[in-house]
Design a protein around this ligand. Structure first.
Ligand SMILES: Nc1ncnc2c1ncn2[C@@H]1O[C@H](COP(=O)(O)OP(=O)(O)O)[C@@H](O)[C@H]1O
Ligand SMILES: [Mg+2]
Length: 239
């Protein structure tokens, strides 16, 4: 790991210079760094900046670690490369953003899917939404990708036509061989889907989904890193 970080730090140098110039250069061509650009996710010292940008009149989402400290930037670079790889495996599926060119290796840029995320209760998803969402998650699994963060409502979107979309594949895994591990991890995504339904439209839940939700809640309660993260979130006043 130490060797990997040291090697990345060496590669980092020329990009660091690009980053310095990008901060001025990009604002005129890409609106990336313009003040007042809509922020999609609140800033954190260890996480990326996620904001809406406009390039040639097209709305895009830029997720970037470029303004973070060196260690976070190096890890961010790996996360961004991994997320771009996962997106490359999902290209062509409706409900998955497309990746477009990014200005530096600390940034991933995707097409903006519109609408709102499901944390915001702008419009309560109905039966048709959940049917489409099931199909979408199945299509993702069929490509060998398991999302692994589907308990988080912010990672689900509803576009202007009421259709579902998924974002945030940084913590996903790619398992082209659909064996036991694939089947087991798929269940984690399913439990995430049950939690979503339980939170936003429990009336639509079947008995099987209710059982799955209870099992998922029990398992995630036993998951120590998750509990520590929840504790830290509550401590910092974040929902
Ligand atoms: N392509 C996209 N289209 C629409 N909204 C998006 C898109 N990508 C991200 N978002 C919004 O930005 C938020 C943060 O992005 P996300 O990739 O989940 O970052 P993080 O890894 O920090 O959670 C999401 O919850 C979602 O609301
Ligand atoms: Mg997210």
């Amino acid at each position: 790991m130490a060797v990997l970080v040291a090697r990345l730090a060496m590669i980092e140098k020329p990009y660091h210079r690009i980053r310095e110039t990008c901060n001025d250069g990009y604002s005129s061509t890409m609106t990336t760094m313009k003040p007042g650009t809509p922020i999609l996710k609140r800033k954190r010292a260890y996480g990326p900046d996620v904001r809406l940008i406009t390039r040639n009149g097209v709305m895009l989402v830029e997720k970037t670690y470029r303004a973070r400290t060196l260690p976070v930037r190096l890890i961010g670079r790996l996360l961004v490369a991994w997320e771009a790889f996962i997106y490359s495996k999902l290209q062509g599926i409706a409900g998955i953003p497309r990746t477009v060119e990014s200005p530096d290796p600390y940034t991933i840029t995707t097409t903006y899917m519109g609408g709102h995320d499901l944390r915001k209760r702008t419009r309560i998803p109905d039966h048709a939404y959940f049917e489409d969402l099931d199909r979408l998650v199945k299509a993702v699994h069929e490509r060998g990708v398991i999302h692994l963060d589907l308990r988080n409502r912010r990672n689900y979107g509803m576009d202007e036509h009421g259709k579902p979309y998924l974002v945030d594949f940084a913590s996903s895994v790619y398992l082209p061989r659909k064996g036991v591990v694939w089947k087991t991890l798929k269940r984690i995504d399913c439990m995430g889907l049950y939690k979503l339904k339980a939170k936003i439209n429990p009336a639509l839940m079947s008995e099987e989904e209710k059982r799955g939700y209870l099992k998922g809640s029990l398992l995630s309660g036993l998951w120590l890193p998750g509990r520590i993260l929840d504790f830290l979130r509550r401590l910092s006043g974040r929902p």
